[in-house]
Ligand binder design. Structure first.
Ligand SMILES: C[S@@+](CC[C@H](N)C(=O)[O-])C[C@H]1O[C@@H](n2cnc3c(N)ncnc32)[C@H](O)[C@@H]1O
Length: 449
C-alpha cells in the first residue's frame, strides 16, 4: 500500500448503506465491509466508518457483527490483498471494487494461521453477488468473478511471490516496519505478527463488588472458559459481546486490556487524595482508580463527547467523579489546588494497540509521531505544576515509538527535575499467552518537596 495511492483516492462511496441483499448473506456483510474499507482508505478511522454505515443502514445486530468481523480481517491483510490484486488486474480497479476484493481475499486465505471462515467458492460466489447488487460496481461483476477464480487456481504461486514483499508479508507500511525494526531489533517480527492477531477479551474484576476467584467460579458455572492473567485481569478463552459477559451490566467487571490495568495500582492512591486523570476518556483507568480507593477524582478530556462515555462507565459501576471538558495543556480550567496524583494517559499514535485497531497503521503518517510528542511534552509540563509536593505523576502512552515514550519520559525528567520511580517502562506486545497485553508504556515521577 503506497501513501500517495491513498491520498489520491476519490471513490464514490455508498455511505447510505441500504442494500437489497439478504441481511444474513455473506454478500451483504462483504458489501458493508467493503464500504467501510473504502472510507478507511479515504482517511476515516474504521470504528467511525462502521458507525456511519450502521447508523444509515437497516443491518441487524448479527449482520453488523459479520460486517465488523470481515472489515477487521481486511485491515489486517490490506497490503497483501492490494499486491495480489495488482498482480491479477489488468488495470487498477475502481476503489470500491478493489475494496470488495480486499475483503474477499482474507476470507479465502487468512494469513494469521486461523482456519478460513467460509468455503472459498462461497466467498467467490458471494463477492460476485455483492458486486452485482451495487449500482456503482455492477459492471465489474465479471471482473470480480474472473480475478477471484484466477486467485483460487494460482493461489500458491501468487502467494509465494507476494510474501517476498515485506509490506505484503507483514501487512504494515514500510515506514512502520522500519520503525519497529529500529526500536526492537531482536523482537521486531514477533511485535509485527502480534499486531495482526485478533485481540483477546480481557476483563477487570471490580474489587468493590467481587473477587477474581469468585468471578472465575461464576464463569465456570456459566460454562465460560477463562484464566487469570493479572491481579484483577481475567482473559476469556472465547470473546463474546459485552452484554453476554456475566455481571457486566451490574458493574461486576469491565473490559480492559491487562496492560492497561497496571495504571491504577501504579498510582498508589490512598483514601481522601485529590486525583487528576488528565486524558480520561473513555474512562477505563478512571474507573479502576475509583474501584481501588475513595478519592476525589477529576476526569478531564478534550473531547466532550468522549467524556459522556466516562459518565456511562461511572454510572454502570456506581462511581463518582467530576468531569472536566478541557485541554490538558491548558490551565484555564484549573482552580489552583494541586493534586496528589496525576495520570497523564496522553494522546499518541496508538501504535501499541494495533491488534485492537488494525486500521491505525494505514491511517497514521510517520510525521504524526513528532507532532503528538510535541503536544504530549506540553501536556506533561503543564500538569507538573498542578502536582502537589511529594505527589506522583504517571505518564502513559499506548505507543511503540520511543520518541513518544522513553525519550519523552527522559527529557521530561530532566526539564522538570522530576524523580523517576519504578515503573514497567515499555510493555512489548508479543502476543504470548503468559503476557497477553497491549504495547503500553509507563513512567512514574515524584515531585520532591
Ligand atoms: C489514550 S486515550 C485515554 C484512554 C483513557 N485514559 C482510558 O484508560 O480509558 C487519550 C485521550 O486523550 C484525549 N485527548 C486528546 N488530546 C487531548 C488534550 N489536548 N487534552 C486532554 N485530552 C486530550 C482524547 O480525547 C482521548 O480520550
Amino acid at each position: 500500500m503506497r501513501e500517495s495511492h491513498h491520498r489520491d483516492l476519490k471513490p464514490r462511496v455508498q455511505t447510505d448503506f441500504k442494500s437489497e441483499l439478504k441481511q444474513e448473506s455473506l454478500a451483504f456483510a462483504m458489501l458493508g465491509a467493503a464500504s467501510a474499507t473504502v472510507q478507511v482508505q479515504q482517511g476515516m478511522a474504521l470504528p467511525q466508518a462502521l458507525a456511519g454505515i450502521f447508523a444509515n443502514s437497516n443491518a441487524t445486530p448479527q449482520a453488523r457483527g459479520a460486517i465488523q468481523d470481515i472489515a477487521y480481517r481486511a485491515m489486517r491483510q490490506l497490503a497483501l490483498s492490494e499486491l495480489l490484486i495488482s498482480y491479477m488486474a489488468e488495470k487498477a480497479p475502481d476503489p470500491m471494487v478493489a475494496a470488495l476484493l480486499s475483503v474477499a481475499l482474507p476470507l479465502i486465505v487468512p494469513v494469521d494461521g486461523s482456519p478460513a471462515p467460509y468455503e472459498a467458492f462461497t466467498v467467490v460466489d458471494q463477492a460476485v453477488t455483492a458486486a452485482g447488487s451495487h449500482p456503482d460496481i455492477a459492471r465489474a461483476k465479471n471482473m470480480v468473478n474472473a480475478l477471484l477464480r484466477r486467485f483460487l487456481r494460482e493461489k500458491d504461486v501468487l502467494m509465494e511471490e507476494a510474501l517476498e514483499n515485506p509490506e505484503a508479508k507483514y501487512n504494515y507500511p514500510q515506514w512502520w516496519i522500519d520503525a519497529v525494526i529500529t526500536a526492537y531489533p531482536k523482537q521486531w517480527q514477533q511485535v509485527l505478527e502480534a499486531g495482526n492477531k485478533a485481540p483477546p477479551l480481557t476483563l477487570r474484576v471490580n474489587a468493590r463488588r467481587t473477587s477474581v476467584q469468585d468471578y472465575l467460579a461464576r464463569l465456570a458455572e456459566e460454562g465460560m472458559e477463562a484464566q487469570q492473567i493479572g491481579p484483577s485481569a481475567i482473559r476469556l478463552a472465547k470473546p463474546v459481546p459485552v452484554l453476554q459477559i456475566p455481571g457486566f451490566a451490574e458493574g461486576d467487571v469491565s473490559v480492559q486490556d491487562a496492560g492497561a490495568q497496571l495504571a491504577a495500582p501504579l498510582l498508589d492512591v490512598q483514601p481522601g487524595m485529590r486525583v487528576l486523570d488528565a486524558c480520561a476518556a473513555p474512562g477505563g483507568k478512571t474507573c479502576h482508580i475509583l474501584e481501588l480507593a475513595d478519592v476525589s477524582l477529576t476526569a478531564l478530556d478534550a473531547d466532550p463527547k468522549r467524556l459522556q462515555r466516562v459518565q456511562e462507565n461511572l454510572d454502570r459501576l456506581q462511581l463518582q467523579a467530576t468531569l472536566q471538558p478541557a485541554e490538558a495543556q491548558s490551565d484555564a480550567w484549573w482552580d489552583g489546588q494541586q493534586f496528589d496524583r496525576i495520570l497523564a494517559d496522553v494522546p499518541c499514535t496508538a501504535s501499541g494497540i494495533v491488534r485492537r485497531h488494525p486500521d491505525i497503521r494505514w491511517l497514521r503518517r510517520k510525521s504524526d509521531t513528532r507532532q503528538l510528542a510535541t503536544l504530549s511534552a506540553e501536556i506533561l509540563d503543564n500538569l507538573w505544576k498542578m502536582l502537589a509536593p511529594n505527589g506522583k505523576l504517571l505518564f502513559v502512552t499506548c505507543s511503540l515509538w520511543p520518541q513518544e515514550s522513553e525519550a519523552q519520559a527522559a527529557a521530561f525528567a530532566v526539564r522538570n527535575r522530576a524523580t523517576r520511580l519504578d515503573a514497567p517502562g515499555q510493555l512489548l506486545p508479543l502476543g504470548s499467552s503468559e503476557q497477553d497485553h497491549d504495547g503500553l508504556f509507563y513512567a512514574l515521577f515524584r515531585k520532591d518537596a
